[in-house]
Design a protein around this ligand. Sequence first.
Ligand code: GLY
Length: 350
Amino acid sequence: MTTITVHASREYNVDVGKGLLAGLGSKARSLCPRAGTVMLVTDSRVDALYGRTAEENLAAAGFRVERFTFPAGEASKNTRTYLELIDRMALAHMTRTDLCVALGGGVTGDLTGFAAATYLRGIPFLQVPTTVLAMVDASVGGKTAVDLEAGKNLLGAFWQPVGVLCDTSLLSTLPEEIFGDGCAEILKYALIGDPELYEDLRAPFRDDPERIIARCVQDKRDVVEEDERDTGRRQLLNYGHTFGHAIEKCSDYTVSHGSAVAIGMCMAARAAAAFGLCPGDVPEKTAERVRALGLPDRTAYSARELALAAMSDKKRAGDRISLVIPDRMCHVGLHPVPAEELEDWFTKGL
Ligand code: GLY
């Protein structure tokens, strides 16, 4: 097992290793010795696979366990599910010393974290991510949110978990395409500032992902410790995301987040090279590694369609959009672009 300590507004450990779900109850007990009730939150898919095991394990550690399950998918990450969860917490008379456990992917972690952040003005929550994407990104760093009609993650809070348990054995039941989706976020860490990880990704890692996942968590930890509230360096984690969110939006979210981010990173690299802001070999080196991970490097949407979609992105600051672009291989920076020039960036990125 590898343990990474995050020193943010709350200090906590991220444990990465095989079979950690078996220690969930004792971990929760050591983190929250006074807790009586645990609200175990899962989606329908994860609940069928691991819900009962997790519940029994928590009960064996002396907790009264309430199980809240919602239909799997991003569509559930809304205010209705959030209020249903909050109601269940209130009906269970949960107090500030009780605990929420998020067992699942990014949707589960974001939803549970936001409920924990807001119920009684904040109660502890423990992240138990079950997807690659949630292990390397969503479960670490304390961003919690639900979606509104007007856009994704518009209602949220920074609320750090009391701990993160990344049981890599849970990835064995992950469908190939969801595993691949998470690989886009792994490659993102390499491309924004970890050349060693970029080299490591030459070899397949699905059978033994602990080292790669722990490495990404360390990379994320370093960023979060420097910029927990997302005012500077943390924005670099959005590499490929402005382009990617536009693709997701144009496709009405039928293109997965990982695929969209993979294409987005390739587009950012192509545009940066076309504007002479990075060496000419960066786009192909990026696309070659994207394709090697089984991810797409191009989209069929037009620059106009993508620019219109991107204009509604919440990361706009006034009439400028902050793009993350490479200045060399495995190194990126922030590049504010006037909104009216965005379409040109998309054209070059295509
Ligand atoms: N997922 C990007 C961040 O945590 O800042």
